[in-house]
Design a protein around this ligand. Sequence first.
Ligand SMILES: [Fe+2]
Length: 374
Amino acid sequence: MNLVQTKDVSGISEYVRAMERLLRVIQDLSASRDLNTVMDIVRHSARDLTGSDGATFVLRDGDLCYYAEEDAISPLWKGHRFPMKICISGWVMMHKEPTIIEDIYTDDRIPVDVYRKTFVRSLAMVPIRTKDPIGAIGCYWSYKHRATEEEVKVLHVLADTASIAMENIQYQNIIEQKAAQMEETLKGTLQAIAKMVEQKDLYTSGHQQRVGLIGYAIAKEMGWDEERCETVLRAGTIHDIGKIGIPGELLSKPAKLMPYEYAQIKTHSEAGYQILKDIPLLLPVAKIILQHHERIDGSGYPDGLKNEEILPEAQVLAIADVFESMTSHRPYRPALGNDAALEELEKNKGRLYNPEMVDVLIRLVQENRLEFLK
Ligand SMILES: [Fe+2]
């Protein structure tokens, strides 16, 4: 190595170079996102920075020492577990202190018969997290060598940094798990809301889900990022939630609606917004739902918004909603079919509907890419 303070020709001491290498290792460890990467960095750098012939990374597994990773002349005990009481890494963890062994054959803590098959003659080992060790890091030499103070310090720095990195990974995993649970809960809640609406209006059973999927497909094809596409999917899945407050007879009336009845139906987008707007996670969805009957020429409701005043997500949903409604059975008419629905959208693109989004849907249908509609 190593950490000896000698000057080379360029005037930069090897010590400084070693410190730079150590700093890089600390940065790499801090950026690690999984345990294997941490172990990989530690065992390579422990060997590299101390100039030892081998390095080991041991994890505590209950009352056992688990030799998780090794970097040595030949693998020693990688993948094996030993009782804490019989191995030196166990001693280090139980005593919460480092150990330096210049000659393993003169140290009665070492089961020499086991070591005789290996190249190891001397070693240094430090616990990972001194207060409550979760593992140990060690270096092996093939000759009699008393590890220097600097070499042990390097091991300490690696152990401390590895411990922080491992804790970070643990927190990261917990956060990811919680986020996944929340995502599942949200999905389940949205499905439950969708079913509630569809219980009231049996003719629209499955309509919302299909609108969500069509909207998602259009958004994806538009090149939007996954989160934005997911928001469109969520909004579609419950876009008619406001119909919960409208009498069932009106929703499934098998005849043309009277103007006052139609006016009542039209309240559902505002009602949906009011139901959802106070749930922070669903506020973006609430805003899309509020606007899903707006039309780009200003002829829609509830606010008669025009063009870019309407959220692009709501413009996508409007197209998906019209397409799905026209291709499904309704109490007052049979399904009109894909061609008629696309013709209607084509006829009104640029007037009622965003032309680019209509073209995207036409392409998706013509290329048979809406699998779920089959
Ligand atoms: Fe609607």
